[in-house]
Design a protein around this ligand. Sequence first.
Ligand SMILES: [Fe+2]
Ligand SMILES: [Fe+2]
Length: 396
Amino acid sequence: MAPPPEELRLGYDVDENAIRFSNYFHLLRELVHLSCGWLPLAPDFEVKYALADHLHDDARAVSKVRRRLYELRHPSDYPGAPADQMAELLGRLGAADTPAEYVAVAYGEAKPALLRAFRIHLEHLDPVSDEPSLRLLRQLAGRQERHIAELGPGADGPLPVIDDLGALPIQLKTEPRALHALPPLVEPARDDFVQVTVEGDPFLARELYVNDPDENHVPVEPEEQRHFFHALMDAEICAAELMARNSHEHPEMPWEFHVDMARQTWDEMRHAKLHSLLMPKELDCQWGDYPVGFSYFRSVYAHDLLGRLALFNSTSEQKAMWRHSHRRKVLVERGQEQIAQVFDYLLADEVPHVHNGSRWGAHLCGGDESAYKCKIRELREGLDETGAPAGEPVPQ
Ligand SMILES: [Fe+2]
Ligand SMILES: [Fe+2]
């Protein structure tokens, strides 16, 4: 017997659908922008980690929403600009004075309103003519549920103030909404139990960070491994913070740049998390046992975007690839397989991070790769053999 015919629902028309996706676009884009801005200022490691993970989800969501808008309404003025009620919510998101205030609005109001709109959309769309939206929204709703559970009120939170954010009007044929950056960072924030000093951990020797095979020292004794991995965890957090700020401070860059920065921010925070788990399991120490310092972070952050990419992605990370592979080899020979495996993953992730440098560095040089290489050479001249500008070690 033939199966019963599927019900034809004929939900939203194409315009209503495009308006809904335009509203999602505006909210998600500003969540990525502001989470990138606040991440370095959030002191709690777990909050920082969650922000990195979620902003990476949201950056990819923006790409998919843009693609769906292109499918529905190309070529037209979508996503336009948000109208009053959405602009008011975005204004409150942008007006937070502290990371805690930002998280309260983003996870207590904005994300729950977004999730509710996704659910309404899913209930009313036509599952056949609009199946691409159905598949996409199911995925995006699942992610927002997880984000709200991790940093927000969870499923039991109050109903969102905006009943259906997707149905808000969109202003077509107006100027795109400008994104504003937070003030430049003075320094990033760490958990209150982590001691921040000018010189960082004095235990760390320069030989740990040189690239010369005759001079590089792989930490093999328990005490030096403890200090080394602790400093490496902080260096990973600093790397995430630099990438997040590269995105936040440069809204004029193409959207793919922000997706690349979001991915690297999450990667670096995952590396930090890996070290935070490795330390108590393998090394009998934990996050906060030793002091950390921000001199290397400051020296890179002081540059413009081109300088940061040249010094960090195309120099520090490029040189760290050799050291990670060297460290892995020495540790495998000594039978420390678990610790060696960590370096193997760090090395694998470093390849796209170095590529981010060449891709976007060349973009900033008008597509001229050789001009970018010149810039790298010029900036490297001011560095010592560890890659640091003023005799500070580069813990990577
Ligand atoms: Fe890393
Ligand atoms: Fe990296």
